[in-house]
Design a protein around this ligand. Structure first.
Ligand code: SF4
Length: 145
């Protein structure tokens, strides 16, 4: 399978706080597949580290209210183009939970208080809209790997 994976899950230090979300056994479980690590926020030109951001009424904003929506959406577009969905195809995306870009099942509610609501990050939503199967890393056991 050709599988897109949130880069932070593979140990790339691209999180907003400069860290990663390494899942130690993920690389081993992906062995034999064509793995494409992506970070849509870095692809959109955002720095590491960067202020935390959440979807607020449909736009991505930082905690201090700065509108960073354009950079987040530019990153989604750049990743979708780089993935060459129509040419190379993509069987699956395994994405980090709760991110305003990568979240699959839930995202923060925009209040920066830690509350979650059902919903998807911008990248996960766009992949799903284009017919790609998206799986939250917390549901990895359902991915059929
Ligand atoms: Fe990880 Fe996605 Fe956030 Fe990048 S945008 S740090 S890949 S969760």
């Amino acid at each position: 399978m050709r599988i897109c994976v949130s880069a932070c899950l593979l140990g790339e230090r691209v999180k907003y706080n400069g860290g990663d979300n390494l899942v130690p056994d993920l690389a081993a479980r992906l062995r034999g597949h064509d793995v494409v690590p992506v970070c849509p926020e870095v692809a959109g030109g955002l720095s590491v580290p960067r202020p935390p951001a959440e979807l607020v009424d449909g736009r991505v904003r930082t905690r201090d209210g700065a509108d960073v929506d354009a950079a987040f959406r530019a990153g989604v577009s750049a990743c979708v183009a780089a993935l060459d969905l129509d040419g190379a195809g993509l069987d699956l995306a395994i994405l980090q939970s709760r991110s305003p870009s990568c979240g699959v099942n839930a995202i923060y509610d925009g209040s920066f208080s830690g509350r979650l609501i059902p919903g998807r990050g911008l990248f996960a939503a766009e992949l799903a809209r284009r017919g790609v199967r998206v799986v939250d890393i917390e549901d990895l056991d359902t991915a059929g790997l």
